[in-house]
Design a protein around this ligand. Structure first.
Ligand SMILES: Nc1ncnc2c1ncn2[C@@H]1O[C@H](COP(=O)(O)OP(=O)(O)O)[C@@H](O)[C@H]1O
Ligand SMILES: [Mg+2]
Length: 230
């Protein structure tokens, strides 16, 4: 479903020196995978996630998402594929404060350009909110929710359009350990129930160990991958 080949990322140029942050990443991810991306701060985890998320383009190499050559595509195609195939969860929830939990969950429907929200979309939003224990909070605004509830709303939002792959950058990084466990358990449940693949950046070795696969990044290189036989 996802294949990276020889991906390099460089920043700078012009007045500032050119710095290469990723040095030739080869990575494949199967449908339904549940993988952790682990590595020290500054090793390039977020950069790699942004490339896979089609938010940035590689300086060299290929990124194939759902059979599409994302590295060689126009911005319009990349945006369309992003909305069609991907969901995003960040450390901070980035919910829109003026809207209810349910309205936030429905945002990706509008972003995907389906014009308006249909009854089916509302049903799915309500079902996901129910399944994540948020039914009673659907009408509340983000400030009326706890940190764990806010992050669960963000997770439901990421799942709304039935993405093939959800990219999560430190999704439990801002939560106390007990809430982090609950949120992680929810990701696992959605992975099983919806067949959605997850690639999760985490600093928490315990949570990483509970993923099916661990990919280790160091100084812009994949130094270890539990799915790859040495
Ligand atoms: N837009 C950018 N311009 C220049 N350097 C960047 C940019 N984004 C990230 N970097 C650098 O790339 C390296 C990897 O960063 P990042 O991907 O955020 O690492 P991680 O998420 O593992 O902490 C760091 O040295 C960072 O300073
Ligand atoms: Mg990061």
């Amino acid at each position: 479903m996802l294949r990276l080949q020889g991906v390099r990322k460089r920043y700078g140029g012009g007045a500032s020196p050119i710095v290469e942050v990723l040095h030739g990443i080869d990575l494949t991810l199967a449908d339904g995978a549940f993988a952790a991306l682990v590595g020290p701060s500054g090793s390039g985890k977020s950069t790699l996630l942004n490339l896979i998320g089609l938010l940035e383009t590689p300086s060299e190499g290929e990124i194939w998402l759902a059979g599409q050559p994302a590295h060689a595509a126009s911005e319009a195609h990349r945006t369309a594929w992003r909305n069609q195939y991907l969901g995003f969860i960040f450390q901070f929830h980035h919910l829109l404060g003026a809207f209810s939990a349910e309205e936030n969950v429905l945002m990706p429907v509008l972003a995907a350009g389906r014009g308006r929200i249909h009854a089916d979309d509302r049903r799915r939003a309500r079902l996901l909110l129910e399944r994540t224990g948020l039914a009673a909070h659907a009408h509340k605004r983000p400030v009326q929710l706890s940190g764990g509830q806010q992050q669960r709303v963000a997770i439901v939002r990421a799942l709304m359009n039935r993405p093939r792959l959800v990219l999560a950058d430190e999704p439990t990084g801002n939560l106390d350990s007990r809430t982090a466990q609950e949120v992680f358990a929810l990701l696992r449940e959605l992975n099983r129930d919806e067949g959605t693949a997850f690639l999760i950046v985490t600093h928490d070795a315990g949570l990483a160990a509970r993923c099916d696969r661990q990919v280790y990044l160091q100084d812009g290189r994949l130094v270890r991958d539990s799915a790859r036989v040495a």
